[in-house]
Design a binder for this molecule. Structure first.
Ligand code: ADE
Length: 230
């Protein structure tokens, strides 16, 4: 998969992309993530990428020319059209596991991280094909949401996680929250790991985990159990 991430603040995203699972996915050639500094696509001599909103109001808006130039240069570089041009914005559709699953099967995503005030509407009308929010709260820019999306998607690409089954057993993957997990030591400050997990009886362990998952989901997220909720 190729991911092009367009941002005016490339330093925010470059560190996390070079760590842990995202770094290993890139090293294994399972994903090719390219960060584009929007300022490099500015067309005027001051390299201006944002401006005041027409009609007044607080905050700066990302100008259309650099965004058009950047996306067109990415498209020139890749033969096929991208599968999606995604703008991260609090008024987009909410990111859920089902969307991450769908995006993980794609070949090429372009992500736009904007200022909190937004990007020129003409970019959204002409180039953006999907708008995604990571929740009902406003961050100061789209960089962290873009990283959230990249992480949620890339870890699902086959071969990225060591244990092939572990992404499938995540919370939400089948509509239930995850069961509690424990590691050694079996006794810690008088607190013991449930005996069933040490029993070696995998039928009993699976049954215990299923029961824990259902109980936790009922207590914390009953909405996930409602018929037709997914
Ligand atoms: N940009 C600012 N806040 C955001 C959010 N909650 N989701 C996606 N993009 C954003």
């Amino acid at each position: 998969m190729r991911i092009d991430l367009i941002t005016a603040l490339p330093d925010i995203v470059s560190g996390p992309l070079q760590q842990s699972i995202l770094q290993r996915a890139a090293e294994k050639d399972l994903v090719d993530i390219r960060v584009h500094d929007l300022r490099a696509y500015a067309t005027d001599k001051h390299r201006q990428i944002d401006d005041y909103p027409f009609g007044g109001g607080a905050g700066m808006v990302l100008k259309p020319e650099p965004l058009f130039a950047c996306i067109e240069s990415i498209q020139d570089d890749v033969d096929a059209a991208p599968d999606a041009v995604i703008y991260l914005t609090p008024d987009g559709q909410q990111l859920e596991q089902s969307l991450a699953n769908r995006l993980s099967t794609k070949d090429h995503l372009i992500l736009i991280a904007g200022h909190y005030k937004g990007i020129d509407q003409r970019v959204r009308d002409e180039l953006v094909t999907m708008e995604v929010s990571i929740g009902d709260f406003v961050l100061s820019g789209g960089e962290l949401p873009a990283l959230v999306l990249v992480d949620a998607v890339v870890r699902l690409i086959p071969g990225v996680l060591g244990d092939a089954s572990s992404a499938l057993t995540d919370s939400f993957q089948d509509g239930l929250l995850d069961a509690p997990v424990y590691t050694r030591p079996a006794e810690f400050r008088g607190l013991s790991v449930p005996a069933v997990l040490r029993s070696g009886n995998h039928r009993r362990i699976d049954a215990w985990r299923d029961e824990q998952r259902i109980e936790k989901t009922k207590a914390r997220r009953p909405d996930l159990l409602e018929v037709g909720s997914r």
